[in-house]
Design a protein around this ligand. Structure first.
Ligand code: PHE
Length: 353
């Protein structure tokens, strides 16, 4: 019977060698757990030896039991140690991987910037607010009524052809001009309460083929002043101030023009700020650059809004913000405003306030 004991003790030795080796070679905690199960689990190798206890002479069982227990304790201690070592190793590894180099320069976050047309718009708004104008905002989907009829352009008026229109249905359209804002404001205005001074900036749309100087979408700023005794001299003075503010150019000229909602109508040119009038590609060798349309408010526009045109009068102007920006910043393609190339858009950052 002591043969049996010897056999089992020898087997224990093998298990010890095998277990120790496996623990030493274990590369992660999962593996250690597998080893624990393999040797000490319910069906583990040590447990198997205990099951063989019945084959051992009773007087030897104590010895075998002690040996098994002591080996289990050893395994447990080695497993605990190996577990601890692995934890340390993991921490070391993480520290190594997550090492911060505090001397590295920071990464600059990508900052948004104002669109150059917005810069233009904000700047002009401020300019007009400073002169006592209110800022209004009309709808981009406008009605035939406000965009045309109220502005002295009845349905069959030939001047409707001046602005190729995106129609939505018989009555609705994408506004071709911000002039509808004039009608909307005039209609609500009570002239007995004082003068009306407003600007209306916003997007407008025309059915044009896009090229370097045309875009089916662009921006305008409408201006309107209505009061008693408003003269063409007031209009001229205001337009000159705009030119001076935007271009720093003082020399301007008014040319006769035609708009259905103003009479007389003018267009303003500024002296070419690039060549000073000698002629260059920017002014197409004219020495002058056209910058806006304007005129004295047509009596029909006032009457349409219920204002007595014998008592009240006014002037109106419409500036193209795209055109202003193109001229001011020497931009050679209007499409750049709308194609969202971030390299183009961010270069006006220093113009922001
Ligand atoms: N609405 C005109 C245009 O789009 C500009 C304008 C506005 C002219 C106001 C005169 C007065 O061309």
């Amino acid at each position: 019977m002591s043969d049996e004991l010897d056999k089992l003790l020898a087997r224990l030795k093998e298990i010890q060698a095998e277990g120790s080796q496996e623990i030493n070679q274990a590369v992660n905690k999962e593996k250690l757990n597998d080893i624990r199960v393999k040797f000490m689990g319910r069906k583990g190798k040590l447990t198997e030896i205990l099951h063989s206890m019945k084959d051992v002479a009773p007087e030897n069982r104590r010895t075998l039991g002690q040996q098994v227990n002591s080996l289990r304790d050893k395994f447990q201690a080695s497993l605990d140690q190996a577990n601890q070592d692995l934890t340390h190793k993991l921490i070391e590894q993480r520290l190594e991987e997550e090492k911060l180099d505090v001397t590295l320069p920071g990464r600059e976050p990508l900052m948004g910037s104002k669109h150059v047309l917005r810069i233009m718009e904000d700047d002009l708004e401020k300019f007009f607010i400073g002169m006592g104008y209110q800022v209004v905002q009309g709808p981009e989907i406008e009605t035939d009524h406000y965009c045309f009829e109220m502005m002295n352009l009845p349905k069959d008026h030939p001047a409707r052809d001046m602005q190729a229109t995106f129609w939505i249905d018989d009555e609705h359209l994408l506004r071709t001009q911000t002039s509808g804002d004039q009608a909307r404001v005039l209609e609500k205005h009570d002239c007995s309460q004082g003068p009306l001074k407003m600007v209306g900036p916003g997007k407008v749309y025309r059915r044009d083929d896009d090229d370097a100087t045309h875009s089916h979408q662009f921006m305008q700023m409408e201006g309107l002043v209505v009061d008693k005794h408003v003269t063409m001299g007031d209009l001229k003075g205001t337009l000159e101030m705009i030119a001076k503010h935007v271009f720093g150019s003082t020399e301007t000229r008014l040319r006769p023009s035609y708009f259905p909602f103003t009479e007389p109508s003018v267009e303003m040119d500024v002296r070419c700020f690039n060549c000073g009038g000698k002629g260059c590609p920017i002014c197409k060798y004219e020495g002058w650059i056209e910058v806006l349309g304007a005129g004295m408010v047509h009596p029909n526009v006032l009457e349409n809004a219920g204002i007595d045109s014998n008592v009240y009068g006014g002037f109106a102007f419409g500036v193209g913000l795209d055109r202003f920006a193109i001229l001011k910043y020497s931009i050679d393609d209007i499409r750049d405003f709308y194609t969202n190339d971030i390299r183009f858009l961010t270069q006006f950052r220093q113009e922001e306030d």
